[in-house]
Design a protein around this ligand. Structure first.
Ligand code: PMP
Length: 359
């Protein structure tokens, strides 16, 4: 068995130890004679799995008691619609910071409700730097401010938490659990699972309880945060196996020293990859240093004609899925929690060798 280093932006690499445990428990979960996949979501065994996962996530992120943690479906994309539907019931306008493609997708969903005001856009600098805090211009009737903490495609990460006096809503799909965060600064945090949480199929929503009463009437039940909060995220059949696997990841994270330990390793991994890019003269990354993503690192080759050669040779070297998003081109290395530092070291070695041979 060989497990390669997988740099996919999502679904992303999972810790081998987690997959091994799932494998061990696959046919017969803890002597119960059935797989987690085959359990009723209302069985006491599954309820224990679900509650444990939530408790571990709360512990990892220090989620205060006045916040609900919801396990929903439809991905982060569904929450692009869920945010305005759940927060604009009392009127007001959805305010949005635009730092890239995922921000824009969120904005588009609010536009469907005729309620999107863009407070600032990184388009002014071709999405290479986050707008400064002083440049955020909120509408008078702002119901919330939405932003994307880490733009997975562009590789732009925020270097500050906006502080504007209105509830802050954050898409943390590609950076949740990569470092400690102060939950109390946020009204709502949501994140698709398939990067730093677990397999695809779940989106986690962390919402301050006083914001649960603001849903628009037409909000579908399966998008209504309050309905999920009131029913332990068991309104209908949840993505049980993805929930269980997410729980295994949380358990693994605790064993690694939690998000503080992850933040140290992630900072080291990202710093050495950016250093290698900057030192080369052959590879380039256009993002302003303060906004360089710790999780998704796009890089261009000096000669674009070499892109397919790079990708082929990388794959042969066991370095998978380095192709950049089609809208950006070049390469992108996604280095979430489950990417070992050895994977980044191997990539850097490969990049140096490739440059020597082709540069
Ligand atoms: N937001 C961000 C920052 C993302 O990276 C992604 C997925 N790559 C999404 C939202 C959409 O997530 P999903 O595919 O789970 O709907």
């Amino acid at each position: 068995m060989t497990r390669h280093f997988n740099f996919c932006s999502g679904p992303a690499m999972l810790p081998t130890a987690v997959l091994e445990r799932a494998q061990q428990e696959m046919l017969d979960y803890q002597g119960k004679g059935l797989s987690v996949m085959e359990m009723s979501h209302r069985s006491s065994d599954f309820m224990a799995i679900a509650e444990r996962a939530e408790a571990d996530l709360r512990e990892l992120l220090a989620v205060p008691d006045n916040y609900s943690v919801l396990f929903m479906q439809g991905g982060a994309t569904m929450q692009f619609a869920g945010v305005p539907l759940n927060l604009l019931g009392n009127g007001g306008t959805g305010n949005y910071l635009d730092t890239g493609i995922w921000s824009q997708k969120a904005i588009r969903e609010a536009e469907h409700l005729d309620s999107a005001h863009v407070v600032a856009s990184a388009s002014d600098n071709r999405y290479t730097a986050a707008p400064a805090p002083a440049d955020l211009s909120l509408s008078d009737d702002a119901a919330y401010l939405h932003y994307c903490e880490n733009e997975t495609i562009g590789g732009l990460q925020m270097d500050y938490v906006p502080d504007t006096g209105v509830p802050l809503v954050c898409d943390m799909s590609s950076s949740i659990l990569s470092k400690p965060i102060d939950i109390t600064r946020y009204g709502v945090i949501y994140a698709g699972a398939q990067k730093n949480i677990g397999p695809a199929g779940i989106v986690i929503v962390i919402v301050r309880n006083d914001l649960l009463e603001r849903a628009r009437r037409e909000t579908p039940t399966l998008l209504k945060w309050k309905a999920f909060a009131d029913n332990g995220s068991m309104l209908n059949t949840p993505a049980t196996y993805a929930w269980y696997l997410s729980g295994l990841v949380f358990d693994w994270l605790k064993g690694q020293g939690g998000v503080e330990a992850m933040a140290r390793i992630n900072a080291r991994k990202a710093a050495k990859l950016y250093e290698a890019i900057d030192a080369s003269g052959f590879y380039g990354n256009p993002i302003a240093p303060a906004n360089r993503s710790q999780m998704n690192i796009p890089f261009m080759l000096a000669d674009e004609a070499l892109n397919p050669v790079f990708l082929n040779e990388a794959e042969e070297a066991g370095l998978l899925n380095l192709k950049g998003h089609r809208s950006v081109g070049g390469m992108r290395a996604s280095i979430y929690n489950a990417m070992p530092e050895a994977g980044v070291d191997r990539l850097i070695e490969f990049m140096r060798d490739f440059e020597q041979r082709h540069g």
